[in-house]
Design a protein around this ligand. Structure first.
Ligand code: FAD
Ligand code: GLY
Length: 401
């Protein structure tokens, strides 16, 4: 999407970053009647949100029925309505698929892991089914004969995440959001405890509220020096240090081309504790992934390719007959405790964070958009679902040390 656009002098709300999260927040702000400008350094939806596998899989990815799981499951359950609305607004079908996900066990340790998962999820009243090896292969005949058992999560699924960002960008346009691309924000200017403007590569812009949705780059935005001084005086520390820190975690992916004249290798999203396969509607099969601390380097490496091939082969040895048509890597935005960072800074109550979605930004987009926009539109009034994700938790933790 090319939409460089004129940078206006001011707006009610500025959203910084045009990934799935910035787009989802901007759309909801505009739905609530705000005049919104979204500023994106490159093209919208071209970073982690483009690289993702699109799985909506809280029952696979969460480890307990905690606040994170509640947020993730609520966001998954919001997807059918979200997908419908987006299609009405944009004409784009995001290919929501609710076939369910399978979590396969190949070793004794995997079976113990499945047992633990079954236990906490059953106790939490969630829908989860235990499958024998025979039942797994009846559902997915090309899963490896070495499978010992599995869990099936009938409510989990996937979307085509590149179609999702395209739908969101179109919906933003329809709702009057001004999306300004090829424009980098360097600094948020703060005066008297309020954010007043952003310094960009194309000049300064002022607004009443600001949302940091810069994904893995969120910690690179500067608060201007005067603000840094004010905040450090209040908290006895360096303002740049007390802000939430987000780090990039690289994930590589392989994409297998559709096999001519063959049915898809699998119909469900299929996980093992080591990797996953995601069948797309157009016949492509995605295989992931790696979890690497490699700075901002988005290279695909030989080691990454080998690791993903091994993980995929363990799930379905028939991948050996497929051809890799594409490989890519993206940077997951990770906060210090793996949880998203959602809410305003206490010192700067009109500067909101919507970042740190790590492995689940696609899953969490509908609820992040609605809740963060709701907080801004209702002037700081927050939902109980958001309390655990406040950026202030890092400051509290550092004060407690
Ligand atoms: P991004 O999509 O990275 O967007 C941030 C945007 O901000 C970028 O467009 C960037 O250019 C812009 N930006 C940065 N700095 C500035 C600045 N200073 N000024 C202006 N613009 C700026 N999640 C799931 O839910 N399900 C999955 O199956 C899944 N699979 C994944 C697989 C892989 C391999 C990877 C890498 C990630 C996966 N994720 C998945 C995680 C998901 O991709 C992320 O959590 C999500 O995309 C984060 O969205 P975002 O908008 O915060 O970040
Ligand atoms: N949620 C899948 C991943 O981050 O790889």
């Amino acid at each position: 999407m090319r939409n460089v656009g004129e940078l206006p002098e001011r707006a009610e709300a500025v959203v910084i970053g045009g990934g799935v999260i910035g787009l989802a927040v901007a759309r909801e702000l505009a739905r609530g009647g705000a005049e919104v400008v979204l500023i994106e350094r490159g093209e919208a939806g071209a970073e982690s949100s483009w690289a993702a596998a699109g799985m909506l899989a809280p029952q696979v990815e969460a480890d307990r029925a905690d606040e994170f799981f509640k947020l993730a499951a609520a966001s998954r359950d919001a997807y059918p309505a979200f997908a419908r609305e987006l299609e009405e607004e944009s004409g784009v079908d995001i290919e929501l698929d609710r076939t369910g996900t399978l979590y396969l066990a190949f070793t004794e340790a995997d079976e113990e892991e499945c047992e633990r998962r079954l236990l906490w999820q059953t106790r939490a009243g969630l829908r989860v089914e235990r499958l024998t090896a025979v039942e797994v292969r009846a559902l997915e005949p090309r899963v490896s004969a070495r499978v010992r058992s599995a869990l099936r999560f009938p409510l989990d699924g996937q979307v085509e995440n590149r179609r999702l960002t395209s739908a969101l960008a179109k919906a933003c346009g329809r709702r009057g959001v001004r999306v300004i691309t090829q424009t980098e924000v360097s600094t948020v200017k703060v005066e008297d405890g309020r954010a007043v403007g952003v310094e960009t590569s194309r000049g300064m812009m002022r607004a009443s509220s600001f949302v940091v949705a810069c994904g893995a780059w969120s910690s690179m935005l500067r608060l201007d020096t005067a603000a840094a001084h004010e905040i450090s005086a209040t908290h006895g520390g360096d303002a740049q240090e007390t802000r939430p820190r987000i780090e990039p975690v690289r994930g590589q992916m392989l994409c297998f081309a559709p096999a001519a004249a063959q049915s898809p290798l699998v119909r469900h999203v299929v996980y093992s504790p080591r990797g996953y396969l995601v069948p797309r509607r157009d016949g492509r099969l995605l295989a992931g992934t790696t979890t690497e601390h490699a700075g901002f380097d988005k290279s695909v490496t030989d080691t990454g390719r080998e690791a993903i091939t091994m993980q995929a082969r363990e799930i379905a040895p028939a991948v050996d007959a497929l051809v890799v048509s594409e490989a890519w890597a993206g940077l997951r935005p990770r906060g210090a405790d793996d949880w998203p960072v959602l809410g305003a800074l206490a010192d700067v109550p009109n500067l909101f964070y919507a970042t740190g979605h790590y492995r689940n930004g696609i899953l969490l987009a509908p609820l992040t958009g609605a809740l963060v926009a709701g907080m801004i539109l209702r002037q700081g009034m927050t939902s109980p679902l958001l309390e655990a994700f406040t950026p202030e938790r890092f400051r509290r933790a550092s004060c407690a040390v």
